[in-house]
Write a protein that binds this ligand. Structure first.
Ligand SMILES: NC(=O)C1=CN([C@@H]2O[C@H](COP(=O)(O)OP(=O)(O)OC[C@H]3O[C@@H](n4cnc5c(N)ncnc54)[C@H](OP(=O)(O)O)[C@@H]3O)[C@@H](O)[C@H]2O)C=CC1
Ligand SMILES: CC(=O)N[C@@H](CCC(=O)OP(=O)(O)O)C(=O)O
Length: 352
């Protein structure tokens, strides 16, 4: 599996935004070498033709999707492919003996009917679904060590549930009252051009989308239900804002004990995330902005209790391409391999 400590990685969907972010981050990882960049549509061409910023840095030619070829070049495969593709690809890669980390939503939901309902696609085969470990690093990281198949969380569920989990788990907020208002940058939609992420549609604009229909709703509910120890449903709305990277989730909920203060919650969160470098709980009275995590694997959280209304407002931010995708996938690789979870990921946010 390893050569010394070196793991060889292949990236399927390497030409997309998640794939190119994996390349950027893995270039700084001491234990991983990217040995195969894979494309379903451009095999045989130079990778840097599609990404001139990587000229003379990534000199590889794109490989075709061939499990045996990938197995000959790599130990672990990242799937940064659209929903529905991993369902078909992951089984053959696992059968070839590769470890797989899937960035798509295909293997996150264990109920096949729920997947089919929200993703409008046929669910993966149950035996492979059962094998996939859903890995929100800070919440379920203990389940990842030694796994051979990881399902990486979605970007909105990452920002949202890291912000809500400690309060729900402690029983300090009523899970039935939670309302989640999320905003995302355009890169969340991937590199493929659609009318929705056309410059003229996004610039100077701010719009809600997939209202009541977002595919991340059942994933958020699955995680909050684990925290609450009973089924939880929630109201979740996404908005597209004119920025490239970043997600902000603003969450509202009613307190179960109205005497608790912002300081009480702040202390609860600090204790819950103690020792987890990538979650930064902001001091009472301060709130994170997306730019403060730009290009980094951090999730920053701030909260305010309003004694007047008996409600809490929790604000959580991530970079959708890092903590929301490639960064957390690498964090999960680290946990899977039994390495320090921060390996290769301790870079500062890009500012300004
Ligand atoms: N963008 C984000 O912020 C986040 C994305 N994700 C998830 O990560 C995955 C990748 O997203 P993202 O990088 O944004 O998407 P992109 O659209 O930017 O890239 C997806 C890539 O997948 C490849 N691809 C398309 N069809 C197929 C196919 N049939 N078989 C194999 N490869 C295919 C394409 O490359 P080629 O034609 O060269 O094969 C394409 O470049 C998605 O599942 C997405 O939901 C998760 C969290 C956040
Ligand atoms: C702007 C935009 O369209 N964002 C996407 C982000 C989802 C995504 O990336 O998908 P997974 O995290 O499920 O893999 C969306 O809202 O559907």
């Amino acid at each position: 599996m390893t050569h010394g400590t070196q793991v060889r990685a292949a990236i399927v969907g390497s030409t997309g935004y998640g794939g190119v972010e994996l390349i950027r981050l893995l270039a700084a990882h001491p234990n991983v070498t990217v040995t195969s960049v894979v494309s379903s549509s451009n095999a045989g061409t130079l990778y840097s033709e599609g990404y001139p910023h990587l000229i003379e840095i990534v000199t590889d030619t794109l490989d075709a999707i061939d499990p045996e070829l990938i197995k000959s070049k790599a130990d672990v495969v990242f799937l940064a492919t659209p929903h529905g593709v991993s369902t078909k690809l992951a089984p053959s890669l696992l059968d070839a003996g590769l470890k797989v980390i899937d960035l798509s939503g295909d293997f996150r939901l264990k109920d096949t009917d729920v997947y089919a309902q929200w993703y409008k696609k046929e669910a993966p085969e149950t035996s492979y679904l059962d094998r996939a470990v859903f890995a929100m690093s800070e919440l379920f990281g203990d389940e990842v060590k030694g796994a051979d198949f990881i399902s990486n969380p979605g970007c909105f569920p990452t920002a949202t549930t890291l912000g809500l989990y400690p309060a729900v788990k402690a029983g300090w907020i009523d899970p039935d009252t939670i309302i989640i208002d999320s905003k995302t940058g355009v890169s969340g939609g991937g590199r493929g051009l659609s009318m929705a992420n056309h410059f003229s549609e996004v610039n100077e604009n701010f719009k809600a989308y997939k209202v009541g229909q977002h595919q991340h709703t059942p994933e958020i509910e699955m995680i909050l239900s684990r925290a609450a120890g009973r089924p939880v449903t929630t109201t979740f709305t996404t908005h597209l804002v004119p920025m490239t990277r970043g997600i902000m989730s603003t969450m509202y909920a009613t307190l179960t004990d109205k005497s608790r203060t912002s300081s009480d919650f702040n202390e609860l969160y600090r204790q819950f995330y103690e020792g987890r470098r990538f979650v930064r709980v902001r001091p009472v009275g301060t709130y994170p902005a997306t730019k403060e995590v730009y290009g980094s694997n951090y999730c920053d959280i701030g909260m305010n209790v309003d004694a007047r209304t008996g409600r809490i407002t929790i604000i959580s931010v991530i970079d959708n391409l890092v903590k929301g995708a490639a960064g957390q996938a690498i964090q999960n690789l680290n946990l899977m391999m039994g390495w320090d979870e921060t390996l290769g990921l301790l870079f500062t946010p890009v500012y300004p």
